[in-house]
Design a binder for this molecule. Structure first.
Ligand SMILES: [Zn+2]
Length: 212
């Protein structure tokens, strides 16, 4: 077993000195009274798309879930290991969050694999192709509606559709639907362009994204 990476140890010491110590009172308060974030962000695991950085968040402000391609599966109770559903349930029922943001991004490898169905041809890829099959319907719609466009344009279109698919699936959770109907919870979609730094947000009534 290798030793703990020195580069990470250095980064940790830098964090402790530059960020933890100056905010020690805030950390102590969070440790004593617990967390009460009002926003949950579901984003991609991609290293270039960090929601806490993008939203300039302090500790305790965002409840974050990251996975491949910021996907929320539809509500279902079969099986036993529902990591995404457990996080959503905790955020809505225990933390009583007010906002839920699905954050997609440009150049998403998971979305690209879904578009090309490339994970299925990797003999060792046991999980990605099944996970990305959540986008099957959106993929067919993009290939139909953007059939004369470049593969790059189709990729971007599927990234936007991916965010909308997760929002649609969020609404299949009875407690999400109930809180949204009562006006206690708002669902939001966003897409971060890594190259330009532009954050575009979803206009629900039009189904389109506009830059902030
Ligand atoms: Zn991604």
């Amino acid at each position: 077993m290798g030793s703990f990476p020195e580069a990470l140890a250095d980064r940790y010491r830098r964090f402790k000195h530059r960020l933890y110590v100056p905010n020690a009172d805030h950390y102590e308060e969070l440790a004593t009274y617990g967390q009460s974030p009002d926003t949950m962000v579901i984003s991609c695991s991609d290293s270039r798309c960090d929601p806490e950085m993008i939203f300039s968040a302090m500790p305790g402000e965002l409840f974050v879930l990251r996975n491949v391609a910021n996907l929320v599966p539809p509500y279902e109770t079969g099986g036993i290991h529902h990591g995404v559903s457990a996080a959503i349930e905790f955020a809505v029922l225990n933390l009583r969050i007010k906002h839920m943001v699905i954050l997609g991004h440009s150049g998403c490898g998971g979305v690209k694999a879904a578009l090309n169905q490339s994970a299925a041809v990797q003999t060792e890829a046991k999980f990605i192709s099944q996970w990305m099959s959540m986008l099957d319907e959106a993929r067919l719609a993009v290939l139909r509606d953007h059939k004369d466009e470049s593969s790059a344009a189709q990729h971007t279109a599927l990234e936007f559709e991916c965010v909308k698919t997760s929002i649609k699936n969020l609404r299949t959770f009875p407690f999400v639907q109930a809180d949204e109907d009562r006006g206690h919870l708002s669902l939001h979609g966003a897409h971060f362009d890594i190259k330009t730094g532009t954050l575009s947000v979803l206009n629900h009534s039009r189904g389109t994204f506009y830059p902030l």
